[in-house]
Design a protein around this ligand. Structure first.
Ligand code: SF4
Length: 293
């Protein structure tokens, strides 16, 4: 038996095999101009009776579950006590459970005290997916992210300081052609300052429903980068990433024109060499028809 999900339902690609419980619906912010994921939903928090009933059902159907993802867009917005109650109950009902994760906005993390984050971590919530998108304050403002480079860095450090695994997303092409350099420079700075465990690079893809809003909020003509410029951004970004701790980097999302992956710092040169090779072999580009966000 499967759950009666409220669609649309999203989860990170690496949670494809995880069991998903929707503990919140929609996104409490819902204003990033590039994101239409939850535009059709009003943010709400699901009551304990409903969440518990679903956990009870699925613990009988899939008792061997090892990984659980808590949806929708920012489950970390829940009050700490309530989130903790849910996470503890999950471990009680799924004896083989190893990982519970959710999306988190920088603001969700910053709103919690270090003690609250630690207490949630101790109860078994162990991973956040956090959208950096860009490390440039100019671009973050133009895409109405509701965060600055400084708040993103603070949020990343705060989460990692109490032991969370952190997986961050950045979006190639988000500054358009005009602000490409600025976008990549700022993004590399944020990655260097926060060194999350994972960084995933996606490519900007605007759904028809939000294109006009995105352009209006951008505040100047938005000129998208083409595939070759996107590869230049990737090269510039990788070249600027300079971290001591390991950062697993993936630009293999379905939205990307080119696929690159490796671990910083040791694979940096190999990734740069691969990009040089790709520039000589543009035929390896992912066909437009096979791309998606
Ligand atoms: S990018 Fe994240 S925080 Fe922004 S509107 Fe979409 S789900 Fe909400």
């Amino acid at each position: 038996m499967m759950l009666n999900y409220s669609y649309p339902l999203y989860r990170p690609p690496s949670e494809a095999d995880s069991l998903i419980f929707q503990v919140t619906l929609g996104c409490s912010f819902n204003e990033c101009s590039f994101c239409d994921m939850y535009r059709s939903k009003e943010y709400s928090e699901r009551p304990w009776e409903e969440v518990k009933a679903e956990i009870d059902i699925m613990s009988k159907t899939l008792p061997e579950t090892r990984r659980i993802f808590l949806a929708d867009g920012d489950a970390l917005n829940l009050e700490t006590d309530y989130m903790e109650k849910i996470v503890k109950y999950l471990y009680e009902k799924f004896p083989n459970l190893e990982r519970v994760s959710c999306y988190a906005m920088p603001m969700n993390v910053l709103k919690k005290t270090p003690e609250e984050l630690k207490s949630l971590r101790d109860s078994g919530l162990n991973m956040f997916y956090l959208g950096i998108e860009s490390g440039s304050d100019l671009i973050l403002k133009k895409v109405t992210k509701g965060a600055t480079a400084a708040t993103i860095i603070r949020a990343c450090k705060k989460a990692m300081d109490v032991g969370y695994i952190l997986s961050c997303m950045i979006i190639l092409g988000l500054g358009g052609k005009t602000h490409s350099k600025e976008h990549i420079r700022g993004t590399a700075e944020v990655i260097n300052a926060s060194a999350p465990h994972y960084v995933g690079a996606l490519t900007l893809y605007l759904e028809n429903g939000i294109k006009e809003e995105f352009k209006t909020k951008f505040g100047e003509p938005f000129i998208p980068v083409n595939d070759s410029e996107s590869l230049d951004e990737l090269e510039d970004l990788i070249g600027r990433i300079d971290v001591k701790n390991e950062v697993i980097f993936r630009a293999n999302h379905g939205s990307n024109a080119y696929t690159i992956k490796g671990t910083f710092p040791q694979d940096k040169q190999t990734m740069l060499d691969k990009i040089s090779w790709m520039k000589q072999h543009p035929e390896v580009v992912r066909p437009t028809g096979l791309r998606g966000f």
